[in-house]
Design a protein around this ligand. Sequence first.
Ligand code: CA
Length: 240
Amino acid sequence: MKLQVCAKTDIGLTRKNNEDSLYVDKEQGLFIIADGMGGHAAGEIASRIAVDTVRQALQTIDRANILEQLKHAIEKANRDVVKAANNNNSWKGMGTTLTVLLLDQQHGFLAHVGDSRAYCLDDDQLRQLSDDHSLVAEQLRRELISIEDAKNSGIGGILLQAVGVSSTLDICLKHIPLVAGEYFLLCSDGLSNMLTDAEIEHILKEAENLNSCCDQLIDAAIVAGGKDNITVIVVKIDKI
Ligand code: CA
């Protein structure tokens, strides 16, 4: 497989630190985003531990059972964040989202917990591959609120589950057959809360190259208010 990748992170306009962590390994086809939460800079500790644990757990891949391996890696990250929080009082209650994409031969494998999103853009359409594990998304799914209510609900940041704070995780796992020419985008909610899917799609389609694509995504989120840390990983599959 031949692919291109570009990743960027930005603190945004209102936060004092950047609690997002990311990891990119082009050779292995491994891409990770984590968006941490917790006081006293604990959010960035949680997201960093989660990313490091998953990266280490996936150093060797057993091709027979990749989704199971991703699940185990996220469960290990959960235990590692809990353990670190138990060992340090100021880290109590810290947690993180965790979104992992592994591309291997003709296949993509996605595993995630929380609301850091994975999108795919094929010939014509942007699709969200991940489900947001957030209260607002759950209320939308159950049709308890409208999309308009959701935007103004003030519960946007409440997660139903997160690595480090949930004793059991319901990890979302997906197999995605790969198609040459398609794009993948992983992002923290600092992007997806600031831009609509249509705006994200427009930038992905029109950008001259991946570097400019990442710059434009981050700039657009900042122009829209930059209320949170913004992290993006954009991958283009040139050839299967
Ligand atoms: Ca965030």
